[in-house]
Design a binder for this molecule. Structure first.
Ligand code: FAD
Length: 337
C-alpha cells in the first residue's frame, strides 16, 4: 500500500504554486496500488482528485478528500513496421520526456507538442495542442479504470470525442474515469508540420528540417513567450479561444476591423482570446502577486504569494470585461477547483 500523507500542502503539486491543503494525498505507480487506495475504507465516500503534473489546475480552496498523484510509468512497444510504431505509455510519465524520447528515436507526431508541462495521462483530457498539432492526431487508445467499479475501460480515438481543448474525459466522463495508459501511433516517415506562426522561420534558421530542429524551435519559441513554471507560477492559457458563428463574427469585424481569426469548418471562426484581453489593456496588469503575463495576455500568473482565489477573482474580472466589450463569454481552459 502506498504511503498516505495527511493535511499536506498542495503547493509543490501545482504549477500555479498556490497554497491549498489536501486532507489526504498518496501517489500510485500501478493499477493495483490505485485499486487498493480507492478500496481503502478510511477514505469512505470522500471526494477523490486525480493529479498529474498539476499544470492545468487552479486551487481556490483546500481539498477535503484524497488527492491521488499518478506515477504509472513505462513505455511499451506494441507494434512496429518500417512505416509506424505503436507505443503504450504509462499515464504518469512526464509529457515532454516522452516527446524527447520519440524525437530521439525518429518517431514523428509529437514534436510540435514539445515543452508542454504535465503528464501523459492528462494529454487526452483537454486534447493538448500547440503549433498546429493536437494530441488526438496520434492517440490510438486511452486506457482507463472506471472510478466506481474499478473495471478497465478502453476508448479508441473516435470514442474519445476529441475537439478543441476538449474530449469526453473533460465533459461527460469528467471525474468518472482514471486514465492509466495512452497508446500512440507514431510515424517513422513523418510529414513535418511547420506552417504555424513563426515556427517555419525558426526551423529554417537551423538549416535542416527534421524532428530535432522542430522540437528545438518549438522550445525556443515557447521559452521566449511563456513563463517557466519553475520561475513564475501559471497554468499556461487560462481561457480557451472562443469560437463564433459567421453572423456574430461579421458583427465583431464591423466594430473591430483588425480582429484576428482562424476560419474553421462550418463557417465558424476561432478568435484569439489573448487578443481580446490585450485589446482591453490587461496585458502586464498586476494586483498584488496575481497578474496577467507581460508577453501573453492569455496567461495569468502568480508572481509569488498570490492565493488561488485572488487569481480566480482576476480571471472573473477579465471575463466580465471581455463580455461587456465584445459580447463574448470566455470559457476556462484551466480546471478551477
Ligand atoms: C507554462 C505552461 C504552458 C502550457 N502550454 C500548453 C499548451 O501549449 N497546450 C496545451 O494544451 N496545454 C498547455 N498547458 C496546460 C497543461 O500543461 C496541459 O493541460 C497538461 O496536459 C496538463 O497535464 P497535468 O498532468 O499537469 O494535468 P493536471 O493539472 O494534473 O490535471 C488536469 C486535469 O486532469 C485531471 N487528470 C489528471 N490526470 C488524470 C488521469 N490520469 N486520469 C483522469 N484525470 C486526470 C485532473 O483531475 C485535472 O482535472 C500549459 C501549462 C503551462 C503551465
Amino acid at each position: 500500500m502506498p504511503r498516505i500523507y495527511q493535511d499536506i500542502s498542495l503547493k509543490p503539486y501545482n504549477t500555479f504554486g498556490v497554497e491549498a491543503k489536501a486532507r489526504y494525498l498518496a501517489s500510485f505507480s500501478g493499477e493495483q496500488e490505485l485499486r487498493d487506495l480507492l478500496n481503502d475504507s478510511q477514505f469512505g465516500e470522500m471526494p477523490v482528485l486525480l493529479l498529474g503534473g498539476g499544470s492545468n489546475i487552479l486551487f481556490t480552496r483546500d481539498f477535503e478528500g484524497l488527492v491521488l498523484v499518478n506515477r504509472i510509468g513505462g513505455i511499451e512497444m506494441l507494434e512496429e513496421d518500417d512505416q509506424y510504431c505503436v507505443i503504450k505509455v504509462g499515464a504518469g510519465e512526464n509529457w515532454d520526456e516522452l516527446v524527447d524520447y520519440c524525437v530521439n528515436n525518429g518517431w514523428g507526431g509529437l514534436e510540435n507538442l514539445s515543452y508542454i508541462p504535465g503528464s501523459v495521462g492528462a494529454s487526452p483530457i483537454q486534447n493538448i495542442g500547440a503549433y498546429g498539432t493536437e494530441v488526438k492526431d496520434t492517440i490510438q487508445m486511452v486506457h482507463t479504470l472506471n472510478r466506481d467499479s474499478l473495471f478497465p475501460v478502453a476508448y479508441n480515438n473516435h470514442d474519445c470525442r476529441f475537439d478543441y481543448r476538449n474530449s469526453i474525459f473533460k465533459n461527460r466522463l469528467k471525474d468518472k474515469r482514471i486514465i492509466t495508459h495512452v497508446t500512440f501511433k507514431l510515424s517513422k516517415k513523418p510529414q513535418y508540420n511547420i506552417h504555424y506562426g513563426s515556427l517555419k522561420e525558426t526551423v529554417q534558421e537551423k538549416g535542416e528540417i527534421n524532428l530535432q530542429t522542430i522540437r528545438d524551435s518549438v522550445i525556443e519559441i515557447r521559452r521566449s513567450k511563456l513563463p517557466e513554471p519553475e520561475e513564475t507560477g501559471s497554468a499556461g492559457s487560462f481561457f480557451k479561444n472562443p469560437v463564433v458563428g459567421q453572423k456574430e463574427f461579421k458583427k465583431l469585424q464591423a466594430a473591430h476591423p483588425d480582429i484576428p481569426s482562424y476560419t474553421l469548418a462550418g463557417k465558424r471562426h476561432k478568435i484569439p482570446a489573448g487578443w481580446l484581453i490585450d485589446r482591453l489593456g490587461w496585458k502586464g496588469y498586476r494586483e498584488g502577486d496575481a497578474g496577467v503575463h507581460t508577453r501573453q495576455a492569455l496567461v495569468l500568473v502568480n508572481y509569488g504569494q498570490a492565493g488561488g482565489r485572488e487569481i480566480y477573482q482576476l480571471s472573473q474580472r477579465i471575463g466580465e470585461s471581455v463580455k461587456s466589450a465584445f459580447g463574448i463569454e470566455l470559457e476556462y481552459e484551466v480546471n478551477v477547483l
